[in-house]
Design a protein around this ligand. Structure first.
Ligand SMILES: [Zn+2]
Length: 91
């Protein structure tokens, strides 16, 4: 891995953004590059919203999907949008 602590997904996003800037005159590249960036961003775990609150109020940080009680702390990905989730307890 690189020295910056970035994941492969993060480094790939940086690379694709650079490519997008370089080929900005090729408008046909916009959609596939942006689609790839969106897909990679979903692979980078984001902290679930509301971890410090009570169990009934946990939401996906990307689409605000409510995590039903049985899924709390168990799902690694949002079932609605595919966002990778982090369940770190915030003290
Ligand atoms: Zn979601």
């Amino acid at each position: 891995m690189g020295g910056s602590g970035m994941s492969e997904a993060e480094r790939s996003i940086e690379f694709l953004k650079h490519i997008r800037d370089e080929v900005s005159y090729l408008t046909a590249y916009d959609i596939p590059i942006n689609t790839a960036i969106s897909a990679l961003e979903k692979q980078i775990p984001k902290q679930i919203i509301g971890i410090e609150a009570n169990l009934q109020n946990r939401y996906c940080p990307s689409c605000n999907e409510w995590m039903i009680f049985e899924k709390v702390g168990k799902v690694k990905y949002c079932p609605m949008c595919g966002q990778a989730l982090k369940w770190e307890v915030v003290e």
